[in-house]
Write a protein that binds this ligand. Structure first.
Ligand SMILES: Nc1nc2c([nH]c(=O)n2[C@H]2C[C@H](O)[C@@H](COP(=O)(O)OP(=O)(O)OP(=O)(O)O)O2)c(=O)[nH]1
Length: 135
């Protein structure tokens, strides 16, 4: 089984809400809500991938020292095994815009279950709830 390395990030705003992004029509898992990110390309470090994807997908700029490792997903899809480090980021420049997604939403971690997410993401939700419980 091929292991696919995808990096993702929980962007957290000053109210403690997390950004989720809706996968567009025409892609696998269209309509589901995910954390921004994408596949690590050849020659890239995961942090470089995230900075690139945040620029491409959301039009924001981030620096490596604003990306903190939080947890990871490890999930067997039928055709690949997804290994997905999840970073947390509270500082960036610019306003988020949906360049590649159908929609974006800022949600409390405790409300993430209201939005259908890929099965790999479900175990990440309690980690975010714990991490952001104090906010
Ligand atoms: N970015 C992101 N991808 C996720 C999450 N959960 C999850 O299962 N995935 C999967 C969906 C895809 O199979 C893969 C991410 O690949 P991708 O976003 O770079 O590529 P894609 O399938 O959308 O399409 P493409 O670029 O190959 O055209 O990881 C998540 O929370 N965020």
């Amino acid at each position: 089984m091929k292991i696919l390395l995808v990096v993702a990030v929980a962007l957290v705003d000053t109210d403690g809400r997390v950004l989720i992004a809706q996968r567009p029509q025409g892609k696998q898992m269209a309509g589901l809500w995910e954390f921004p990110g994408g596949k690590v390309e050849a020659g890239e470090r995961p942090e470089e991938t995230l900075i690139r994807e945040l620029h491409e997908e959301l039009g924001i700029e981030t620096q490596e020292d604003c990306l903190a490792p939080l947890t990871f997903a490890s999930h067997a899809y039928p055709d690949f095994h997804l290994l997905m480090p999840l970073y947390i980021c509270r500082r960036w420049q610019g306003l988020v815009q949906a360049h590649e997604h159908a929609d974006l939403k800022w949600v409390r971690a405790t409300r993430l279950r209201d939005y259908p997410m890929p099965p790999a993401d479900e175990p990440l939700i309690p980690v975010l709830i714990d991490t952001l419980a104090h906010v």
